[in-house]
Design a protein around this ligand. Structure first.
Ligand code: CA2
Length: 144
């Protein structure tokens, strides 16, 4: 069974608690459940993680070689972290960037993503479904 690593960045553990008009009502645990269910249907085993620490995310990215693909929502680090970009550049497996919100409809500073330059594809604006679309895209890509 192909293993997919899903990395979530800072403050995503607060989902559901605030700003539901932007991020929806689902918690990070709800999103994990959706990913686990979709993973089963697609024949993937999902390792779903969240961290508020840039260093921990970088360590996970560096160790992602044992997975078939990486899905990453780097949250605010998307727009600021050259360190996460450098870590992603060294990754040989396909990387899909996801965001709950459409970052291009939001403040100007969210329009630039370091992660996108290292990603095979980018999905944003579909709420929790962004993760499911990423899994479906990876299914096609990894089966091809
Ligand atoms: O839309 C996304 O998925 C984002 O990656 C979410 C990040 C934001 O910085 C990115 O620009 C876009 C923020 C996640 C913080 O989420 C919270 C949710 C509820 C309460 C507080 C923070």
């Amino acid at each position: 069974m192909k293993k997919i690593l899903v990395i979530n960045g800072p403050n995503l553990n607060m989902l559901g608690a605030r700003e539901p008009e932007i991020y929806g009502h689902q918690t990070i645990a709800d999103i994990e459940k959706l990913c686990q269910k979709a993973g089963k249907e697609l024949g993937f085993s999902i390792d779903f993680r969240q961290s508020n620490a840039e260093a921990e995310m970088i360590n996970w990215i560096q160790e992602s070689g044992k997975f078939s693909a990486l899905i990453v929502n780097a949250a605010a680090y998307t727009h600021t972290s050259v360190a996460i970009y450098d870590a992603l550049l060294a990754v040989k497996i396909p990387v899909v960037e996801v965001h709950l919100s459409n970052i291009f409809r939001r403040e100007e500073f969210r329009h630039h993503s370091y992660v996108s330059r290292a990603a095979k594809g980018v999905i944003c604006g579909f709420g929790a479904d962004s993760y499911l679309l990423a899994l479906k895209g990876l299914k096609e890509l990894l089966d091809a």
